[in-house]
Design a protein around this ligand. Structure first.
Ligand code: CU
Length: 239
């Protein structure tokens, strides 16, 4: 929390309640949240779900490190923990790219992703300052169905972390940007299995991890699903 916000909170405590209403504008530049797939606070901010004050500052779900809490332990944002709210689950494949939008680029120790309390991925930054957007490719390790992913951004120079919960439908098709044909049954994997030793030219396809992949350009030895949204392999979806 920066000094300006701390002051605003102190002032907001009873002395001048009207100032508390103005608080979102003064804190709009702080912190960060998962924007894609849309996290619960992103759905609040976008008006997909009706929410309280979190809709004004989706980037402010900050709490002590080590929690398993969508709200980061903030009573004001407790509705983020409510699984019965009408959160929209984004269909994804067996892995998905998670993108953070950072409005303050705090030095970072690590990023963690949990499903059902089990850590499925961690990325260590060693105290580096991240860019304004940060994307991680997270493999769900065979977990399927509707799941709530808890994403955690651990700040290196404070005791705090930022929290975001993302509802996903794993194995629901889509994955990546195309988002198409989520309703249909996935077809058989017709492309031959990816081979680390083979040369693929742009347009060649391969099956890997129950997905069909298409090479955007010449590639050899790069495993599909590990090269990210801008990498060589385009995810054509579950098969
Ligand atoms: Cu901050």
């Amino acid at each position: 929390m920066n000094a300006k916000r701390r002051l605003a909170v102190v002032i907001g405590m009873g002395v001048a309640p009207l100032l508390a209403i103005a608080l979102p504008a003064t804190t709009a530049s702080a912190h960060g949240y998962v924007s894609s797939p849309p996290s619960r606070q992103a759905q609040c901010a976008e008006g997909v779900v009706d929410c309280g004050p979190i809709k004004y500052e989706p980037q402010s779900v900050e709490g002590p490190k080590g929690l398993q809490s969508c709200s980061g332990g903030n009573a004001d944002y407790a509705e983020l923990n409510d699984d019965s709210k009408n959160w929209k689950a984004t269909p994804v494949g067996s892995s998905a790219a998670f993108s953070w939008r950072l409005t303050a680029r705090h030095a970072t120790s690590s990023w963690q992703y949990f499903v059902g309390g089990t850590k499925v991925a961690q990325f260590n930054d060693g105290g580096a300052q991240p860019g304004a957007t940060v994307t991680h490719q997270v493999d769900f390790g065979g977990i399927t169905g509707r799941q709530k992913v808890l994403a955690v951004w651990n700040i290196s120079d404070t005791a705090n972390a930022f929290y975001a919960c993302i509802d996903v439908q794993i194995g629901g098709g889509g994955g990546g940007d195309d988002g198409g044909d989520n309703g249909g049954e996935p077809g058989d994997c017709v492309a031959s299995a990816w081979d680390a030793g083979r040369v693929y030219n742009g347009g060649d396809t391969a099956s890997w991890n129950d997905h069909t992949w298409r090479a955007k350009w010449w590639v050899q030895g790069e495993q599909p699903g590990t090269t990210g949204e801008w990498g060589v392999w385009e995810d054509l979806g579950v098969c």
